[in-house]
Design a binder for this molecule. Structure first.
Ligand SMILES: NC(=O)c1ccc[n+]([C@@H]2O[C@H](COP(=O)([O-])OP(=O)(O)OC[C@H]3O[C@@H](n4cnc5c(N)ncnc54)[C@H](OP(=O)(O)O)[C@@H]3O)[C@@H](O)[C@H]2O)c1
Length: 279
C-alpha cells in the first residue's frame, strides 16, 4: 500500500488524507473495529459524544499500543452543550471516555441555529485550543453563512468543516468557499452510505479502467478534490480496501463526471444545517 499523504491545516498542524468513521460501532465490536483500522494504517479516528462509543474508540486505540501522538482523535460537541460555560464543562467527559488528556480535533457537531449559541461555543473552543487541550478546532455541518459569523464575531475561522459529501451531494460551492478561506473539508458518509452510488456507470467504468473497486474510485475522487473522507466499515477487509487509494489517480474528466452525479435532492436524509438540529 502507498504511503498516506497528509493535509496541512490553517493552524499549522496536519491530518492524514483519510480517516476512519466509527458511527454506529460500539462496545467490543467497536473496539475491535478501531484496533483493526489502526492495524490497517488509519491514523485518524472520528467519533462524537452523540455516538456514545468514545470508550470503545479509546479501547481500540489503547489495544493498538501505538504511542498516543501517532493516532489522531476527533470528537464533537453535542447540541445540548452549546454555550460558553457548557462547552468548557462538556470537554472533560469525552477526554475521560477516550482515555486521552488532549484532543487532536474538536468539532461543533451541528450549528443548531434556532438555539443561537454556536458562536459562544466557538469562543470556548478557541480557549481550549489556547490552553493546549485541543490541537485543532473546527465545526461540522456549517454553511458559508455560519462560518462567516464565526469569523465576523471572533476573528477565527475553523481549521476543518466536516460535512455530508459524496457523489450525489458533491458540495461544489461549499468546497470553493472553503478553499478561499483555508478551511479543510472532511466528508461524512463519503461513500454515500447505502445510496446506490457504486452502481453508477461512470464509477463502474473508472473502477474497471484502474483495476480497483467502486468504493476505491469514490474515495479517490474525494482525495482528488482535496477532501478528507472518513469511511466507516466494520469489516477488516473493507478497511484495507478503503485506505488503499493512494496508488492510482483519476483523470480530470473522471473527477468531473463523478462530480456531475450530484443532484438537487442529493442529501441522504435531508440534513440541511439550516433546519436539521441535533441535541
Ligand atoms: N458530522 C456528522 O454530522 C456526521 C454524520 C454522519 C456520519 N459522520 C461520520 O462519518 C462516518 C462515515 O459516514 P457513514 O458511516 O454514514 O457512511 P459511509 O462511510 O459512506 O458508508 C458506510 C457504509 O458503507 C459500507 N461500506 C464501507 N466500505 C465499503 C466498501 N469498501 N464496499 C462496500 N461497502 C462499504 C459500510 O458497511 P460495512 O460496515 O458492513 O462494511 C456502511 O454500511 C461515520 O462513521 C461518522 O464517523 C458524521
Amino acid at each position: 500500500m502507498s504511503e498516506i499523504p497528509r493535509y496541512a491545516l490553517s493552524d499549522g498542524t496536519t491530518l492524514p488524507a483519510i480517516g476512519f468513521g466509527t458511527y454506529p460501532l460500539k462496545g467490543d465490536e467497536g473496539a475491535r473495529a478501531v484496533a483493526s483500522a489502526i492495524d490497517a494504517g488509519y491514523r485518524l479516528i472520528d467519533t462524537a459524544v452523540n455516538y456514545a462509543n468514545e470508550d470503545a474508540v479509546g479501547r481500540g486505540i489503547a489495544a493498538s499500543a501505538l504511542p498516543r501522538e501517532q493516532v489522531q482523535v476527533t470528537t464533537k460537541l453535542p447540541g445540548r452543550d452549546h454555550g460558553y460555560d457548557q462547552t468548557l464543562a462538556s470537554f472533560e467527559r469525552p477526554c475521560r471516555a477516550l482515555g486521552v488528556d488532549y484532543l487532536d480535533l474538536y468539532l461543533i457537531h451541528w450549528p443548531n441555529p434556532s438555539v443561537g449559541k454556536f458562536v459562544d461555543s466557538w469562543r470556548a473552543m478557541i480557549q481550549l485550543q489556547e490552553q493546549g487541550k485541543v490541537r485543532s478546532i473546527g465545526v461540522s455541518n456549517f454553511t458559508p453563512e455560519f462560518l462567516s459569523r464565526l469569523q465576523g464575531e471572533t476573528g477565527v475561522l475553523p481549521a476543518v468543516n466536516q460535512v455530508e459529501l459524496h457523489p450525489f451531494f458533491p458540495q461544489v460551492e461549499l468546497l470553493a468557499f472553503h478553499e478561499q478561506h483555508g478551511i479543510r473539508t472532511e466528508a461524512w458518509s463519503p461513500l454515500g452510505k447505502r445510496a446506490p452510488i457504486r452502481e453508477e456507470s461512470v464509477i463502474v467504468e473508472a473502477a474497471r479502467t484502474h483495476g480497483v473497486t467502486e468504493a476505491q474510485v469514490i474515495l479517490r475522487w474525494q482525495v482528488e478534490r482535496g477532501v478528507l473522507p472518513i469511511p466507516k466499515t466494520a469489516s477488516a477487509q473493507r478497511q484495507r480496501e478503503n485506505i488503499d487509494v493512494f496508488g492510482f489517480q483519476l483523470s480530470a474528466d473522471e473527477v468531473a463526471a463523478i462530480t456531475a452525479l450530484g443532484r438537487e435532492a442529493g442529501r441522504l436524509f435531508g440534513g440541511d444545517p439550516n433546519t436539521h438540529e441535533e441535541m
